[in-house]
Design a protein around this ligand. Structure first.
Ligand SMILES: Cc1cc2nc3c(=O)[nH]c(=O)nc-3n(C[C@H](O)[C@H](O)[C@H](O)COP(=O)(O)OP(=O)(O)OC[C@H]3O[C@@H](n4cnc5c(N)ncnc54)[C@H](O)[C@@H]3O)c2cc1C
Length: 394
């Protein structure tokens, strides 16, 4: 076996890749990162100013240690770089619908969060509609049936700043990274991995692929059968003055009776008199390179009518800005963090669906631990590819 050019090459430097590069560099690994754009950028899945973080992760117990550890890593980075990454304003998860009890998984989400918090000793409060309105007056119009889970340790992180901070630290610790170069092929060669991009061809002992919505394009089967790219729209609506939002208002998730009644959002970011709100859609699939990146006026009007007007007071219909982002989703909406089934020494980190950012710093750490120590402190087995072949994953 020849000596590789690098111990590890990380493909893609968004949320997952930047965290992995940083953690590898921290452990003295000779690592190269390559991204097709100039991270942090607004063409993948990690832009739009804010991402919710919460510890009682209703998506499943396997995520809880990753969310908790990520918050610690962001605090470490904040003190190292004197930058603000994590705003601990709390998070309010609600089930609220004027039309009918929320259907299946949606109804369970708030209750599941409460149950997970109880089981894991995560500080929280359970609130009814009257308590929610009294505590957070911006939610005055919510339905009387609303059930709320408030976690004071949650809040939001700043995704672009987190990526930039981790790339900055990685570089300071000796990592090399390159933007504006697309990796076009990965292959095994003489016990190593050969990584070919438009600009170079290098060998590494291992490759870690964090290519987000381009994962299928780069990796082919079985990822092209498992991953779907779903366009999502983000809206910032101007607030009335004076605003009903208290200075420390929580991030929020509202589960309604259907996808159309479900949304999440953020309190005004300091210095900006607007509220960011977004929905999730999983019915229409897109391709990364032809993704419609414009939000139409009709989409913004519908968002205001269907979700802002019915859940909030003090938010005007004036759209301050909008953005398009994309979820890359698996059939069960869980993550895939596993070895490539055919390429030796290639780990795939995708798709992280719509909820990966809050876990990204700890995922990077766990992957670096696997590379250096052969095992990670946090158990990643829930994210294996195996679940799709054994019929466990939907
Ligand atoms: C609208 C929206 C809202 C969200 N809200 C939340 C939230 O509130 N809380 C939360 O926890 N999560 C949230 N998420 C999910 C979270 O943001 C994502 O799971 C996470 O950012 C995905 O990170 P990633 O590294 O997998 O992908 P990306 O950040 O997209 O990174 C992939 C990178 O790979 C690069 N790349 C791709 N192909 C190649 C190639 N061939 N060669 C070189 N480079 C390549 C791309 O340029 C890109 O930089 C949200 C996502 C979206 C879209």
């Amino acid at each position: 076996m020849h000596t590789p050019d690098f111990d590890v090459v990380v493909v893609g430097l968004g949320a997952m890749g930047a965290a992995t590069l940083y953690q590898l560099a921290k452990r003295g690994v000779k690592v190269l990162g390559i991204d097709r754009f100039a991270p942090p950028h607004d063409l993948g899945s990690s832009h739009g100013d804010t991402r919710i973080t919460r510890q009682a992760v209703g998506e499943g117990a396997a995520y809880v240690p990753l969310a908790i550890r990520s918050q610690q890593i962001w605090r470490e980075l904040e003190s190292e770089l004197d930058v603000q990454l994590f705003e601990q304003c709390g998070v309010l998860v609600m089930t609220s619908s004027a039309t009918a009890p929320a259907a299946d998984g949606a109804a369970d989400f708030t209750e599941h969060s409460i149950e997970l918090a109880r089981r894991n000793g995560i500080e929280h409060e359970v609130l009814d509609a009257a308590q929610i309105r009294q505590r957070f007056p911006q939610f005055a119009p919510i339905h009387d049936s609303a059930l709320g889970y408030f976690e004071p340790g949650g809040g939001y992180v700043r995704p672009e700043r987190c990526i930039e901070a981790q790339l900055t630290r990685a570089q300071a610790l000796g990592a090399t990274w390159i933007g504006g170069e697309t990796v076009t092929a990965l292959a095994n060669e003489d016990g190593l991995v050969r990584i070919t991009s438009q600009g170079r061809s290098v060998t590494a002992g291992k490759a870690i692929v964090c290519a987000g919505m381009w994962s299928s394009e780069l990796l082919g089967a079985p990822f092209d059968q498992l991953l779907r790219v779903c366009r999502q729209t983000l809206y910032w609506f101007k607030l009335e003055e004076p605003t009903p939002f208290a200075p420390c208002s929580p991030s929020f998730i509202i589960h309604g009776a259907s996808e159309a009644e479900t949304c999440y959002g953020f309190p005004p970011v300091p210095g900006e008199g607007s509220m960011k709100i977004a929905t999730e859609q999983y019915s229409a699939t897109s391709l990364p390179d032809t993704l419609d990146r414009q939000v139409s006026r009709a989409e913004a009007e519908q968002m205001y009518r269907q979700l802002v007007a019915v859940n909030f007071t003090g938010v005007t219909p004036q759209l301050v800005k909008s953005a398009v982002c994309a979820y890359t989703v698996t059939p069960d909406s869980g993550f895939i963090i596993d070895q490539h089934p055919r390429l030796a020494n290639v780990t795939v980190v995708s798709a992280c669906s719509g909820h990966g950012f809050k876990h990204s710093a700890a995922i990077g750490e766990a992957l670096a631990q696997q590379c250096v120590d052969g095992r990670s402190e946090v158990d990643l087995s829930a994210f294996s590819l195996q679940r799709f072949s054994s019929g466990q994953g939907r």
